[in-house]
Design a protein around this ligand. Structure first.
Ligand SMILES: Cc1cc2nc3c(=O)[nH]c(=O)nc-3n(C[C@H](O)[C@H](O)[C@H](O)COP(=O)(O)OP(=O)(O)OC[C@H]3O[C@@H](n4cnc5c(N)ncnc54)[C@H](O)[C@@H]3O)c2cc1C
Length: 400
């Protein structure tokens, strides 16, 4: 029987454990926290946005852009939903964003652990892995108190994004010691800090808008959704979606600017005509007063210059230019971009440097936007690595 040790009992580690045990392997799961699945509990504001009905290759990002989809295709949405249904998760669809019907992230963590225990996975909590040694006949896994010999190992340590207990960079260190290269981990799904001294005036406002990300004078992507205006710049889902590109561009010394369209349902001409009509029918109103009713008050004070024409206001509403100086740190980010370089992995997430060593989850250089894509990556990569590690025919082939 193949002995597998899985390091990290989060989303990808629990999935890998279930899949490997179902294929008949003897699985031990080592988790440093006192319980498994802590980050799952924090997902989707405690409701767990576990996947998304809309899937294509552009939903997954990596320095090696073709890689993530090859893994997702092996355990896609069409495998994920029945897998969780069988475990007891009936789902709820919010515009394609999928949640457990209970609206409790704990349900997802619980059914995974129940299934792992049912399949006799040995779950060892408060076991922090400190080292991995490659032996000619397998691996030796060291924790502070014990060591575990095994035939295969799956590293599922996640990233150090967020302040959820257990978020750590340990996985990168273990991978580096084994000779793997790490694409520098950086915050993704994070708020952006702007350049300017007026942010206290708009702080606390939310608006639906379109955000265009400009890098060195070239628009690279756009996103429509809620923008939250803060005392340091901008946050909200639309900002999170483009943030990984902004962060990586800033780190490379590029000039990053956000262009905000704060009335996306109006063209410039329509907005100009609309304001002129209002001006004509309410000639007693100031420019600022004319905007009351369709722009939040705090935003009016920013968008209407003390001196300026109606066309200046239209320009500000349709294209507010916000230079970006920085982003919040990894601790404030939901996920991280970067990780174990996929060029050193085969199409089952197995190391090309050490056969029998596998990786899954956020530790790998793959990230997704908000909407359930990061968990889908954790489910798919965990399933692919777990099944492949437990594949007995693979052992025979390798020992020939
Ligand atoms: C606040 C928040 C909300 C989120 N919401 C969503 C959402 O709604 N939808 C979505 O798709 N994604 C969401 N994400 C992202 C998603 O949670 C992660 O991408 C996903 O959990 C990653 O799974 P993982 O298995 O790679 O890592 P994790 O779930 O972080 O698991 C890694 C585990 O490894 C353990 N570990 C680390 N090092 C060691 C070691 N040396 N020894 C032993 N154990 C170790 C850790 O304690 C941890 O339990 C959210 C993230 C955050 C922070």
């Amino acid at each position: 029987m193949i002995k597998i040790v899985i390091i990290g009992g989060g989303a990808s580690g629990l999935m890998a454990a279930v899949q490997a045990a179902r294929k008949g392997a003897q699985v031990t799961l080592l988790e440093q926290n006192e319980k498994t699945g802590k980050k799952i509990l924090a997902t989707g504001n405690g409701r767990c946005n576990m996947t998304n009905l809309y899937q294509d290759s552009s939903c997954y990002r990596s320095e090696n852009p073709a890689y993530p989809w090859k893994i997702i295709e092996k355990f896609p949405l069409a495998s994920t939903l029945p897998f969780f249904y069988e475990l007891g998760i009936y789902t709820r669809d919010r515009n394609g964003w999928i949640y457990p019907y209970s609206d409790q992230a704990s349900s997802v963590a619980q059914v995974l652990e129940m299934e792992a225990r049912h399949l006799k996975v040995r779950i060892k909590t408060r076991e922090e892995v400190t080292d991995i040694q490659c032996l000619p006949e397998g691996f030796q896994i060291f924790t502070k108190t014990w060591n575990y010999p095994c035939d295969r190992v799956i590293l599922c340590c996640g990233s150090h994004a967020s302040s959820v207990e257990g978020s750590s960079a340990a996985g990168y260190e273990l991978a580096k010691k084994l000779g793997h290269h790490i694409v520098e981990p950086m915050p993704a799904l994070v708020a952006l800090k702007g350049k300017g001294n007026y942010f206290s005036r708009w702080a606390g406002t939310r608006m639906e808008g379109i955000l265009h990300l400009e890098i060195d004078k070239k628009i690279t992507c756009k996103e429509r959704g809620e923008i939250l205006f803060t005392d340091y710049g901008i946050s909200g889902i639309a900002v999170f979606q483009i943030s990984r590109y902004a962060v990586r561009a800033i780190s490379q010394g590029h000039t990053v600017t956000c262009h905000l369209d704060l009335m996306p349902d109006f063209s410039r001409e329509e907005l100009s005509r609309f304001l002129k009509e209002r001006q004509a029918s309410c000639s007693y109103k100031s420019m600022k007063e004319l905007l009351v009713g369709f722009i939040p008050l705090k935003m009016i004070s920013v968008l209407v210059p003390s001196k300026g024409t109606l066309e200046d206001i239209v320009s500000n509403i349709k294209d507010w230019v916000l230079p970006i100086r920085d982003a919040w740190s990894l601790r404030q980010a939901q996920v991280c971009s970067g990780g174990v370089d996929t060029k050193e992995l085969n199409e089952n997430l197995e190391s090309l440097l050490h056969p029998g060593l596998y990786f899954a989850g956020e530790l790998v250089d793959v990230d997704g936007p908000c909407g359930g894509y990061n968990l889908q990556w954790a489910w798919s990569s965990g399933a692919v690595a777990g099944k492949a590690a437990a594949d007995a025919s693979d052992t025979e082939r390798r020992s020939l």
